[in-house]
Design a protein. Structure first.
Length: 364
């Protein structure tokens, strides 16, 4: 895969658009060519969130909180420049926006005591402004994508991205492994909700969440995709594993609610799950599918929900587009996304429940 240099944005400092530690943000741009020279794929990097001072101070020791630690990146999968690996987007301008704010590019605040900058929303604006000046403003087609916390960010910023361009530009959004569900954990509590509440409160996210949601629900609810996706006006595609390993490990059965570690074996190896645990995992899948219904009913949207134990599928060439990629109805992920983006066909694909799919690349 091609190795792409980091572009820092020195002018972002004056706007206060900085990483957690105050360093300037950056992105990686690989120029398009041929028929793709006027098309732009902008991908938002993921990497969890920081929900308290301690976790944010930890993040600044690496590239999740400081551009001092960012290096060149390999572009693979949806970012690949090879048609045999990425048939629809290989010759587009492809951008990876680095993630260093800890709140899915949505925070606004400052902790003077610990010198922590919560400026995700400003980073988003500064990066978009820089890319527009590099030619993106004349894009004929554009796709905003993201994985994990970046997949949540692509949902939160989808309509803002659309608003950057004239109505004549074809603009859509893709979220990979970003459909985090407001679920009940194995203890009957809401571990993921209290975690998100920490992120939203600490980083001042509320003011940057969609007003149609915050006018009727609390801000933490509006950080969950299920309460906002059906209201996104821009066509959006949700790619997610029905047994999202991050959500199983961190939301369904986190160590905080499983002190005796009865889920430890199952969490890290799905074949070690007993029948009761498997029943709970099937319940998690049902919760996700139910949360998807309002979004899925809209013609403009697309989805691909496979029955794999994994988290993130767009960067791995073996998952994205290869002879042995995961399929639903004999169609691989890259083809499904491409068919939907270019209006070649409607894509509303939901796998049958585990263990029916033998094309999966299980992470555990």
């Amino acid at each position: 895969p091609v190795l792409v240099n980091l572009t820092l944005i020195p002018s972002a400092a004056a706007k206060g658009a900085v990483c957690l530690d105050g360093t300037v943000p950056g992105y990686h741009l690989h120029r398009g060519f041929g028929s793709g020279a006027d098309n732009w794929l902008v991908d938002l990097e993921g990497g969890g969130w920081c929900n308290d001072v301690g976790s944010c101070l930890y993040a600044i020791k690496g590239h999740r909180g400081s551009s001092n630690y960012m290096e060149k990146l390999y572009f693979d999968g949806i970012l690949s420049d090879k048609p045999e690996q990425n048939p629809d987007f290989y010759n587009w301008n492809r951008v990876e926006v680095r993630y260093c704010d800890g709140a899915s590019f949505a925070g606004e605040g400052f902790d003077g005591e610990h010198n922590l900058y919560f400026r995700g929303q400003r980073i988003w604006s500064a990066v978009m402004e820089d890319l527009m000046s590099k030619g993106m403003r004349s894009a004929k087609q554009a796709l905003l994508s993201g994985c994990s916390a970046g997949g949540l960010a692509s949902i939160l910023h989808c309509d803002e991205f659309r608003a950057l361009f004239p109505q004549t530009t074809k603009v859509k959004c893709l979220s990979d492994a970003g459909f985090f569900v407001d679920l009940v954990d194995i203890s009957g509590g809401h571990a993921v909700r209290s975690f998100y509440d920490g992120v939203v409160t600490l980083q001042g996210v509320a003011q940057n969440l969609p007003k149609y949601c915050t006018s009727r629900m609390n801000a933490t609810s509006c950080f969950f995709p299920q309460y906002i996706v059906a209201n996104i006006t821009t066509p959006t595609f949700l790619l997610n594993a029905a047994y999202d390993t991050y959500q199983i490990q961190q939301a369904l059965a986190p160590i905080s609610v499983d002190p005796k570690e009865t889920w430890k074996a199952c969490k890290f190896n799905h074949s070690a799950c007993d029948s009761n645990q498997m029943q709970i995992l099937q319940g998690f899948r049902n919760t996700m599918l139910n949360a998807l219904q309002g979004f899925a009913a809209l013609d403009k949207n697309g989805h691909f929900i496979n029955s794999c134990f994994t988290h993130g599928q767009i960067y791995d060439p073996n998952k994205w587009y290869s002879d042995n990629s995961p399929t639903i109805g004999n169609k691989v992920i890259a083809t499904s996304v491409g068919d939907w983006y270019f209006d070649r066909s409607q894509v509303k694909a939901i796998d049958c429940a585990y263990p029916c799919d033998n094309t999966c690349h299980h992470d555990l």
